[in-house]
Design a protein around this ligand. Structure first.
Ligand code: GLN
Length: 547
């Protein structure tokens, strides 16, 4: 039997509800239970594939090819599970299903209404995924905050589930407690109001997570308990942390896991977080630092710089760095500036590793190519991810193979040397304007060539990694590139090149992949390409900066 834990948010978005959900999952898993999670996104897009990364953050790609909110990435990483596209519910998916049913005559004679038709569809979706996952606990994070128009039907569906299965449903409300500088005091009023809104809907939270810059103190705990209709020991403190992976340990110290079990009528269970604790310790007790540059374009929104679009890349760096007990000092470099700012380009030499992550379109492309050139010529460890790999091939074609004007047809359809070109079936899809969920997506096999860097890093011949792209290495140029020393060390079953590298005789670490290795990196099991990069960055610091 599956128990359902709904996680709602209050006061502001961006509270880290995803990390809270993921941490609770980790704790329950460490108690020996099977866990899974669903993210509800109230927007009308069918999935996250068409959203702007600067606004919504990274698009997470699931093994089965879903393009999903970045929170699913946190779930997979913290709980070490593999989720499917069905573990994400959007308003778009629900309405699409309801309207399709109506057109098929499945509600013949009825007036189709938000309640019960939409709410029934939401509940059915949740239960269907739970049934398929066969887990002890299904965590369901409802996006947005209480009081939004958008998520009200999802909250209503959750309320109904509690009535239908009173002993199987639990509500956790994560709300923000501001500490305004002018007051110098933590304020509980916003939490009081958001819980009031929740209770108006008919949901009484079982637990409240007090999210704030600081730890919750006793007077405020008493106040929240009184006004929010919960006992004092049902409130958990969730202060800002330097390291998000510490959160399961912080919650466990407060006994959250057993409290959840108790509330659902289960016996307390011992928690084994020892491996997790070791991982957290190795992040804290680092023996050295390495400087890493991520050269991208999705950083700024208005006046603010947010690395959210690259969250999985950053986490993959953290996993690999923890493995080697080094602290990664990551700088986010705006690729567009590298197109004209010579001194910034020069500064790139100070890094122990350069990453050019995935991306789309023409903006900042020449800057990325310049960065790749610096990495290649100065023997700085380099990792190219998807677009970063494609652009590394462009750089090599132009500057080593002498193919002046070589490019990807994504940016220059009239290039004399289209070294990167559309996948054949993608040409058809684009002509028909079927944009949503139409890239080459999800987990695919890659066969690695023995004796190469890629093979050494993975230690095996066949790997499954996740993809999200429309363009690929043009087979017509493979021979030419290889004759000039670029080694294609991995390919898909149809022979298309998926990994490229330079021999370690001429460059300590220069590799790129058409797939996104960041999606399979886990805290306790870092992805081999990132491990290789960090290992090379440590060596770089020891050698290139010795004198
Ligand atoms: N824009 C490139 C493509 O579509 C790369 C995509 C990516 O980096 N995810 O192939």
């Amino acid at each position: 039997m599956t128990r359902y834990i709904f996680i709602t948010g209050g006061v502001i978005s961006g509270l880290g509800k995803g990390i809270v959900t993921a941490s609770i999952g980790r704790i329950l898993k460490s108690k020996g239970f099977s866990v899974s999670a669903i993210k509800i996104d109230p927007y009308l897009n069918y999935d996250a594939g068409t959203l702007r990364p600067t606004e919504h953050g990274e698009v997470w790609v699931t093994e089965d090819g879903g393009e999903i909110d970045e929170d699913l990435g946190h779930y997979e990483r913290f709980m070490d599970i593999t989720l499917t596209k069905d573990h994400n519910i959007t308003s778009g998916k629900i309405y699409y299903t309801v309207i399709s049913k109506e057109r098929r005559g499945e509600y013949l004679g009825q007036t189709v209404q938000p309640i019960p038709h939409v709410t029934n569809e939401i509940k059915a979706w949740i239960r269907r995924v739970a049934e398929r996952s066969k887990v002890d606990f299904m965590l369901i994070e409802i996006g947005g905050v209480v009081g939004d128009y958008e998520n009200v039907l999802f909250l209503e569906a959750a309320r109904q589930m509690k009535i239908e299965e009173p002993n199987n449903v639990l509500f956790i409300h994560v709300a923000y407690l501001p500490v305004p500088k002018t007051l110098g005091e933590m304020k509980t009023k916003p939490v009081q109001h958001s819980v009031q809104r929740l209770r108006e809907i008919g949901i009484q939270p079982d637990f409240i997570i007090a999210r704030s810059e600081y730890e919750l103190d006793e007077p405020r705990r008493r106040k929240i308990a009184l006004y929010c209709n919960v006992s004092e020991d049902s409130i958990f403190s969730d202060p800002d942390l330097e390291n998000i992976y510490e959160l399961p340990l912080i919650f466990e110290k407060q006994g959250l896991g057993d409290k959840i079990l108790e509330r659902l009528g289960l016996k307390p269970m011992a928690t084994d977080l020892s491996e997790w604790r070791e991982f957290v310790e190795s992040i804290k007790n680092y023996r050295d630092t390495v400087k890493i540059a991520i050269v991208g374009k999705y950083f700024s929104i208005g006046k603010y710089i947010l690395p959210d679009a690259y969250v999985s890349v950053i986490e993959a760096i953290r996993h690999a760095s923890a493995y080697y007990r080094v602290k990664p000092m990551i700088d986010y470099i705006n690729a567009e500036l590298l197109e004209s700012d010579e001194s910034l380009l020069e500064k790139l030499r100070e890094y122990n590793a350069i990453i050019v992550p995935g991306g789309f379109g023409a903006k900042g492309v020449e800057g990325k190519i310049n960065a790749i050139n610096i990495a290649r010529e100065n023997k700085i460890p380099f990792l190219g991810l998807c677009y970063g790999f494609q652009l590394a091939v462009v750089e090599y074609a132009r500057n080593v193979c002498g193919l002046k004007g070589a490019h990807t047809t994504e940016v220059d359809p009239d290039t004399p040397y289209p070294v990167i070109d559309l996948l054949p079936e993608q040409r058809r899809i684009l002509m028909e304007k079927k944009i949503g969920a139409s890239m080459r997506l999800g987990g695919h096999k890659v066969i690695l060539r023995r004796g190469t860097l890629a093979y050494r890093l993975y230690g095996r011949e066949v790997v499954i990694e996740r993809f999200r792209h429309r363009y690929e290495i043009n087979p017509d140029y493979v021979d030419r590139l290889e004759e000039h020393g670029l080694i294609f060390s991995g390919e898909s079953e149809d022979g298309i090149k998926q990994v490229g590298e330079l021999s370690t005789d001429i460059h300590p670490f220069f590799i790129g992949s058409q797939f996104h290795p960041e999606f399979t990196s886990r805290p306790l099991n870092p992805n081999p390409l990132f491990k290789g990069l960090i290992e090379a960055a440590i060596k770089d610091k020891e050698t290139r900066f010795k004198s």
